[in-house]
Design a protein around this ligand. Structure first.
Ligand code: FDA
Ligand code: NAP
Length: 449
């Protein structure tokens, strides 16, 4: 990327992608495999590709079948499929011998890195997108075909650079959520930072640890802490009576099919509400049966051995934490007794979920040109383009933050291959016949023969 201290733009691209997680990686592959060449650059704030690295727990498995990879559902012959990866790694036969559709998260991470290695020339790492803005214009009513994207690069001492983009695809991912009024500190963590912090903490000091939440993250962290800290008491604080199973049966799974997005996007508000109500349990506040059974077995084994160190505090929500010197006091409100109780721990992990991607933080000046619905949410077209008003002519696309328009797969991997292809098609269709983009910085995508 060319630096631009004066705020002028230096590179210009058909597509600029913000964030380089699986969503924009799938888009990069779709653009690479498109018949018409386009210029593209991606900016990622991490220093390398990392897919929820701090939750890559040793036995954690994927929650989506391996074929819902970066490419297969769009192009089954893609060289970027999970099967191609297995073949390249000489593990195809043994993967199949496992007779399990679900790889570990660690293996899928390795697959993502393998795919990413073909795109390093067009990604700038350690580069955080700060804001989009309108380029200076002599005539404010003239159509705007490019927007400016300001990016702060850690590598150049935090200098801000600017690139111009005909299309911007914002794919910056989920945002960790803490309960209102609770702040992180040295003993109060969110699950999204778990392994990084666990790796550097004093494990011997962890005698009483608590995990808050009843979703997949909570259950996996409870299992990990129980197994890794054999001398510690582990408290699982659940808002529900017990962990509920993630609905993963065939009919319910159809809610993640590409065709379900047409039904959702074109459906009435009542239909959307019904899909959400009936099928929320495919993803939120639910846990895979394998992890549930593992935890139950551990609790049962404790009873058999007479050494009970895994305790479930159910029907309870954490309402506060207080640093009391060398430990933390956690306030737990029980729905059963309607009473609050306090207890002291050496660590509390809030596996309290994530907020959806909110593109407004990046849209800056451009937010004023983006249409909103009656609830104040962005209007998102079927092709994932934000509906914008004149004079904005360029494309602002989002991958994430579209549960209200595209349904439950919005933040998930289920549809990344197809969605990347749909966005690539939309971008290419809207380009002028002869693109005048100039490349610079992260390499332009190569021309297809
Ligand atoms: P993702 O969050 O992966 O990537 C966004 C990227 O944008 C990040 O690399 C981030 O650093 C970068 N970024 C953010 N702000 C930026 C900025 N301002 N400038 C530049 N870069 C910026 N889903 C599923 O279908 N199956 C599964 O098995 C799982 N497993 C899973 C495990 C865990 C622990 C979590 C928390 C979530 C899942 N998910 C999941 C859901 C998850 O959202 C999904 O797997 C992908 O991460 C979505 O990919 P994205 O690229 O949209 O976001
Ligand atoms: P989640 O499903 O949103 O669960 C958050 C949990 O925290 C809910 O049970 C919520 O209860 C609870 N909670 C919130 N505030 C609380 C409070 N103050 N006190 C007690 N409990 C509280 O979040 P998640 O488990 O992080 O999962 C998020 C996404 O990541 C999902 O898509 C999931 O599938 C995915 N994930 C995947 C893997 C994997 O692939 N192996 C691993 C982890 C996560 P309420 O709902 O009642 O508020």
């Amino acid at each position: 990327m060319r630096s631009s201290e004066s705020g002028r733009c230096s590179g210009s691209y058909d597509v600029v992608g913000l964030g380089f997680g699986p969503a924009n990686l799938a888009l990069a592959i779709a653009l690479e495999e498109h018949q018409r060449p386009v210029t593209a650059a991606f900016f990622e704030r991490q220093t390398t590709l990392g897919w929820h690295r701090d939750m890559l727990l040793p036995s954690a498995k994927m929650q989506v079948a391996f074929m819902k990879d970066l490419a297969t559902f769009r192009n089954p012959t893609s060289r970027f499929s999970f099967v191609s990866y297995l073949h390249a790694k000489e593990r195809l036969a043994r993967f199949v011998n496992r007779q399990d559709f679900f790889p570990t998260r660690r293996e899928f991470h390795d697959y993502l890195q393998w795919a990413e290695s073909a795109f390093t020339d067009r990604v700038t790492y350690g580069a955080e997108a700060i804001a989009l803005r309108l380029p200076p214009r002599a005539d404010p009513a003239a159509p705007v075909d490019h927007v400016y994207v300001d990016v702060r690069e850690a590598g150049s001492g935090g200098a801000v650079s600017t690139v111009a983009a005909r299309n911007v695809v914002i794919s910056t991912g989920l945002v960790p959520r803490m309960p209102v009024g609770i702040e992180r500190d040295q003993r109060v963590w969110h699950s999204s930072e778990f392994l990084g912090r666990f790796g550097t903490c004093d494990r011997a000091a962890l005698r009483r640890v608590a995990v808050v939440g009843a979703g997949q993250s909570a259950a996996e962290v409870v299992r990990f802490l129980y197994d890794t800290l054999p001398g510690a008491a582990v408290y699982a604080i659940l808002p529900s009576y017990g962990y509920s199973i993630a609905e993963n049966t065939p009919f319910a799974n159809e809610v993640f099919d590409a065709s379900a997005i047409d039904d959702f996007h074109g459906g009435s508000q009542r239909a959307k509400d019904a899909i959400w109500r009936y099928h929320r349990n495919t993803n939120y506040s639910v846990v895979d049966d394998e992890v549930i059974n593992d935890l139950y077995q551990r609790a049962y084994d404790d009873e058999v051995s007479g050494n009970r160190r895994l305790e479930f505090i159910n029907l309870s929500r954490v309402t506060g934490v207080k640093d009391i010197g060398d430990s933390t006091q956690v306030t737990v409100h029980s729905l059963a007794s309607d009473q609050a109780a306090e207890f002291t721990v050496d660590l509390v992990v809030f596996a309290t979920g994530y907020d959806a991607m909110a593109p407004g933080d990046l849209l800056g000046d451009l937010d004023a040109y983006c249409a909103r619905d009656q609830d104040g949410s962005y209007v998102v077209e079927r092709d994932y383009r934000l509906a914008t008003s004149t004079p904005l002519n360029c494309g602002l696309y989002v991958q994430g933050g579209t549960e209200h328009t595209h349904g439950l797969s919005s933040s998930l991997l289920s549809n990344v291959a197809v969605r990347g292809g749909e966005i690539a098609d939309s971008i290419v269709e809207r380009l002028p016949r002869e693109t005048d983009s100039t490349s610079g910085g992260p390499a332009a995508l190569s021309s297809r023969p």
